[in-house]
Design a protein around this ligand. Structure first.
Ligand code: LMR
Length: 401
């Protein structure tokens, strides 16, 4: 029956973990998937998460189905975290929000909803480059995927001129995906001033902004600061779509906790939109998982745990920033590795887009047992006091050929 099914390629990101696991060398390092590691290279369960789980165990909760739209207290608190308590649409009960299977699930619900109901366009524009899963998610949702310029290889920074030119040239009312903060894979974000200009173009062209916010708190260590673009757009009157993930900022990767929301005109419109979001969700997976949403909600609704969470997010962000400093100092200082490496320090969030070429990333895997995605993106969180020197020396060798 399946003789005509061709073998598919490994996933460009998660496939790297498979290759890493198969490698038996003790020096091996996985810098592929964006998952936080502590300074010993171990997965990190946040203390606030452990405490939330204790509280949950003590309360002996049931295992009933959640409603199709998820845990109501959680979705409300998730929207509050993103939009801010004083956001006009949030305060007036006009944000339609549903729980999702983390960020991917939120994007997929959003893609499917827009494909079904957005009246003006069936095309979504993604930055070049974007997270590897964005294109298949939106294509499988029924949207056509096109691109706009984002990254300038020469300056290893934002191609702001190209971005503006492209957004001015897309058809009016097109859907445009924006990374809210800590752009994946480049680590290059617009400045607040640039976000304001981008918002003006969205107004001029009546573009529809779809924000992917997978790293709130992880970029700067401050959840409010990282929500700047989302909140600014909403203040400016844009009716945005928003995908949220709690994988990175609460370390809830495998619990699959996220939310999808849409800003609407009124509570009445919100209710209609939510009713249709439920109709999108029900045949996909019926209703979302319970445990992770309870954990996130316990943290978001308890002021002591919330305070502890904010400190822990900042701790993770700061450790990554310190690894950026160290790596930069090693490459450009002692090793004098050919090339310009200051982008390692200036890039934001979990990743550094190193500029390493496919042949070099291949050599690093084969000779040094160091794994990263083929585009030269490294997850900074995979570096630590114990392996950073070996990593810098291996990069130095790969660059020198
Ligand atoms: C990544 O880009 O590494 C993360 O967002 C994890 C994933 O699912 O790809």
């Amino acid at each position: 029956t399946w003789s005509t099914v061709p073998a598919g390629p490994p996933d460009p990101i998660l496939g790297v973990t498979e290759a890493f696991k198969a490698d038996k060398d003790p020096r091996k390092i996985n810098l592929g998937v964006g998952a936080y590691r502590d300074d010993k290279g171990k997965p990190y369960v946040l203390n606030c998460v452990k405490k939330a789980e204790e509280i949950l165990t003590t309360s002996n909760p049931d295992k009933e189905y959640l409603p199709i739209a998820g845990l109501p207290e959680f979705t409300k608190n998730a929207a509050k975290l993103a939009y801010g308590a004083d956001s006009a649409p949030f305060a007036s009960n006009s944000v339609a929000v549903v729980q999702s299977i983390s960020g991917t699930g939120a994007l997929r619900i959003g893609g499917a909803f827009l494909a079904r109901f957005y009246p003006h366009s069936k095309t979504i524009y993604l930055p070049t480059p974007s997270w590897g899963n964005h294109t298949p998610i939106f294509r499988d949702s029924g949207l056509e995927v096109k691109n706009y310029r984002y990254f300038d290889k020469k300056t290893v920074g934002l191609d702001f001129t190209g971005l503006k030119e492209d957004l001015k040239n897309v058809p009016e009312k097109s859907i445009v995906l924006l990374h809210a903060c800590a752009h994946n894979p480049t680590g290059v974000d617009p400045t607040p001033e640039q976000w304001k200009e981008i918002s003006d173009i969205f107004k001029e062209k009546q573009l529809f902004p779809f924000f992917d916010m997978a790293y709130q708190g992880f970029a700067s260590g401050d959840t409010t600061r990282d929500a700047f673009a989302v909140r600014y757009f909403v203040e400016q009157g844009h009716q945005i779509a928003l995908s949220q993930s709690f994988a990175k900022n609460m370390g809830l990767y495998g619990e699959r906790v996220g939310a999808f929301s849409l800003v609407t005109e009124s509570p009445e419109e919100k209710a209609r939109v939510e009713s249709q979001l439920k109709i999108v969700i029900r045949p996909m997976y019926s209703n979302p998982p319970l445990h992770g949403a309870r954990i996130a909600n316990t943290i978001l609704s308890d002021s002591a745990l919330y305070g502890e969470w904010e400190k822990e997010v900042k701790g993770m962000a700061d450790r990554i920033i310190s690894m950026r400093e160290k790596l930069y100092n090693m490459l450009s200082g002692d090793l004098k590795t050919p090339g310009e490496w200051s982008h390692i320090k200036s890039q934001i969030g979990m990743f550094s887009f190193t500029g390493l070429q496919p042949a070099q990333t291949k050599a690093l895997a084969e000779k040094a047992h160091i794994y990263m995605t083929a585009d030269g993106r490294i997850s900074m969180a995979g570096l630590n006091g114990g392996n950073i020197e070996y990593f810098a020396e291996s990069v130095n060798k790969a660059v020198r050929g």
